[in-house]
Design a protein around this ligand. Structure first.
Ligand SMILES: Cc1ncc(C[n+]2csc(CCOP(=O)(O)OP(=O)(O)O)c2C)c(N)n1
Length: 321
């Protein structure tokens, strides 16, 4: 029987594998014309969502950006419902009407999937206010990119959350680029954690490669939030392997950067730790096979599901035609 720490890492590794294989399948389906519109992949960043969400209780909330497939999976959404949503099918979590950027599942407290950069930060503060008001003792994790920290909603969300000591943790996934713009070209102060001081909350920067480090850091911030000590701002350095979205060939990266970053792949880091803890190559391989089969079933499910009927065109809108 592996030690508790190894068992935890195994669970995280399994989730990261699922996300990696899910995203690879999404890329293939996009290239084959099965997924249309925007599709932002999370490959390379898996340790952030998995480690952070692994620090939560099941009644805690997660809210994220449009790069949210990984967060939705880590929060317990069904791969079939997510893939079907990406395919625009009626069986998708948003009935095929939201697509990649608008995953949502209230039953597991995954509150989206938001396309307006920084807009959801204020929504996260609202969720945390709601939890406090209803005495739920739930914590909200809000994931955002470094491109969101100069936007008004970031300021408003952090300021009010701190003033009211709301149970929320803001996690900046700094993957070094906002679309094609590197952080040094849009952040006058590149140390994002310094902003925390301006809102009277603790700020920490960590390297996101090791899922256990992410987990431990976020756990501390979650405990703090749950004991009414207020929010924290955690900047996690990470890297996305693909372009901003499927339509971006990512030509703006310096030569060799991607290859160098892949040497510090979160899956590589975790598998090396697991092998050291006595888990065998065969066990890791069988976990990978399992992830691939879950994803392949999700793709079949999405392929075979119907598109929403034309009669539903005006359903779920604020104003009917
Ligand atoms: C308010 C707003 N402005 C501009 C955009 C266009 N836009 C979409 S994604 C993006 C870059 C965001 O980068 P970052 O926050 O670092 O997240 P990442 O995509 O790297 O995960 C921009 C500018 C938008 N969606 N919303």
């Amino acid at each position: 029987m592996p030690k508790a720490r190894t068992r935890k890492l195994l669970k995280f590794y399994e989730q990261m594998l699922l996300i990696r294989r899910f995203e690879e399948a999404a890329a293939k389906a996009y290239a084959g014309g099965k997924i249309k519109g925007f599709c932002h992949l999370y490959i390379g960043e898996e340790s952030v969502a998995v480690g952070a969400i692994g620090a939560l209780e099941s009644n805690d909330y997660v809210i994220a950006t449009y790069r949210e497939h990984g967060h939705a999976l880590a929060k317990g959404m069904q791969p079939n419902a997510i893939m079907a949503e990406l395919f625009g099918k009626e069986t998708g979590c948003s009935k095929g009407m939201g697509g990649s950027m608008h995953l949502f599942d209230k039953s597991v407290r995954f509150m989206g999937g938001h396309g307006i950069v920084g807009g959801h930060v204020a929504v996260a503060t609202g969720l945390a206010f709601g939890s406090r008001y209803q005495r739920e003792r739930a914590v909200t994790l809000c994931f955002l990119g470094e491109g969101a920290v100069t936007i008004g909603g970031f300021h408003e969300g952090l300021s009010m959350a701190s003033l009211w000591k709301l149970p929320v943790v803001f996690i900046v996934e700094n993957n070094l680029y906002s679309m094609g713009t590197p952080a040094y070209r849009h952040l006058a102060q590149p140390d994002i954690t310094l902003r925390a001081d301006g809102y009277g909350m603790p700020g920490h920067r960590i390297d996101g490669g090791d899922v256990m480090v992410v987990n431990e850091t976020i756990k501390e911030a979650v405990n703090r939030a749950r004991s009414d000590e207020g929010p924290s701002l955690i900047e996690v350095i990470t890297y996305r392997y693909r372009g901003h979205s499927m339509s971006d060939p990512a030509k703006y990266r310096p030569e060799g950067e991607l290859e160098a970053m892949k040497q510090k792949d979160p899956l590589l880091i975790s598998s090396a730790q697991l092998l050291e803890d006595g888990i065998t190559e065969e066990e890791l391989k069988s976990m990978d096979e399992n992830a691939k089969s879950i994803v392949s079933e999700a793709v079949d499910f999405a392929e075979q599901s119907p598109f929403p009927p034309i009669s539903s065109l005006h359903k779920y809108t604020y104003v009917s035609a």
